[in-house]
Design a protein around this ligand. Structure first.
Ligand SMILES: NC(=O)C1=CN([C@@H]2O[C@H](COP(=O)(O)OP(=O)(O)OC[C@H]3O[C@@H](n4cnc5c(N)ncnc54)[C@H](OP(=O)(O)O)[C@@H]3O)[C@@H](O)[C@H]2O)C=CC1
Ligand SMILES: CC(=O)N[C@@H](CCC(=O)OP(=O)(O)O)C(=O)O
Length: 315
């Protein structure tokens, strides 16, 4: 079987680096090209610990991408950049599988929204895949098992490591400003608030913060329920919903972000009910660069090529 060739556009970033590591170790995918304007001409091995291949960063013009003949193209660029690249493939009549890691196509019904544990039943061979946001992944997996008994909006308090803000310098990845600090931002209307509300068909109110650690996020979700539950019923719902899901672990205790860095799965725990059984608090932790981005992208890419969804993901 010949290898499936992958192009990564925007590979200098944190997510691109994680994808390179995963794809280089994958039994069916190989790197066709890996782009960065800043690192053009330099070997990946000089920048990606653990990568031992001889591929170098290139910086092709967008109009030259279709001729590079990849079976699949990963867009790992900042928001707002994907459409101009997708247009180049459309204009050239070249139709690789394209997966976009940004928020650009998450509201476009002609793209498959790939949060496999919740949406894989809707995958029917689409060649355009939108990868969910990192916080949005954690919020949806934390809320979905209770979706049919929610009473009013769900509130989610989120704290992310600063790798969530990417490599472009800003206050949110400025280690001096973050030292001993917790930085609130986008306290209403964050794109992930809209994304989760749309996907779940239920309003979610999201309050993100960025913290001094590098990777890993925590969501603490407050769910008001239309009927009373006891804690055993809550565990039964979550364990039942995610039975057989290797990348979702339901814990007895509250998950800690310090334990999730570098892990490919999400943890749900800290389940706490109010005395009347009608208010549930759930905590989710996830590595924003892995299940929040690169690992989830690999699940989607495996699915798009008819491979085992978890092929190449260390479980
Ligand atoms: N970080 C995270 O936790 C998550 C990120 N995402 C999404 O994944 C995507 C990548 O994120 P991340 O790796 O953090 O981002 P980074 O900021 O770390 O990297 C962005 C990449 O895009 C390139 N780039 C930057 N600006 C431009 C530009 N104006 N035009 C063309 N290329 C540009 C950079 O390379 P160069 O400048 O060298 O060309 C770099 O390779 C984003 O859309 C992000 O929203 C999704 C989930 C989680
Ligand atoms: C700390 C921080 O800034 N985090 C980013 C989340 C990263 C992400 O997943 O954003 P996309 O929707 O662009 O993929 C943010 O809040 O925008």
């Amino acid at each position: 079987m010949s290898a499936l060739r992958v192009g990564i556009v925007g590979a200098r970033g944190y997510v691109g680096a994680e994808l390179i590591r995963l794809l280089a170790a994958h039994p069916r995918f190989e790197l066709a090209y890996v782009t960065s304007r800043e690192l053009v001409g330099q070997p990946l091995a000089a920048h990606i610990p653990g990568y031992a291949g001889d591929v170098q960063y290139t910086s092709p013009a967008y109009e030259d991408l279709p001729a590079l003949a990849a079976d699949l193209v990963v867009l790992a660029l900042p928001n707002g950049k994907a459409a101009q690249i997708v247009q180049q493939f459309d204009d050239a009549g070249v139709d690789p599988v394209i997966i976009d890691l940004s928020a650009d196509y998450r509201f476009d019904p002609s793209w498959y929204y790939g949060l496999p544990e919740l949406t894989r039943a809707q995958y029917s061979g689409q060649r355009r895949i939108s990868n969910p946001g990192c916080y949005a992944t954690a919020m949806q997996l934390a809320i979905a098992p209770m979706a049919n008994v929610l009473d009013g909006p769900v509130q989610c308090f989120g704290v992310s490591g600063y790798s969530g803000a990417g490599t472009t310098p800003s206050d949110k990845n400025n280690v001096e400003l973050l030292r001993d600090n917790l930085m609130p931002y986008a306290l209403t209307g964050h794109v992930h608030e809209r994304e989760v509300s749309k996907q779940l068909g239920h309003p979610v109110e999201f309050m993100p913060h960025v913290a001094p650690h590098f990777r890993g996020l925590t969501i603490t979700a407050n769910l008001r329920l239309s009927i009373a539950f006891d804690i055993e019923e809550i565990f039964a719902r979550y364990r039942g919903r995610y039975a057989g899901e290797p990348l979702v672990r339901v814990l007895d205790e509250a998950p800690w972000v310090s334990r999730i860095a570098g892990m490919h799965h999400i943890e749900l725990g800290g389940f706490t009910l109010s005395g009347d059984g009608k208010r549930l608090v759930v905590v989710a932790t996830e590595d924003n660069l892995l299940k929040g981005a690169a690992t989830q992208a690999l699940q989607n890419l495996n699915m798009a090529f008819g491979l085992d969804e978890f092929l190449g993901i260390p479980l």
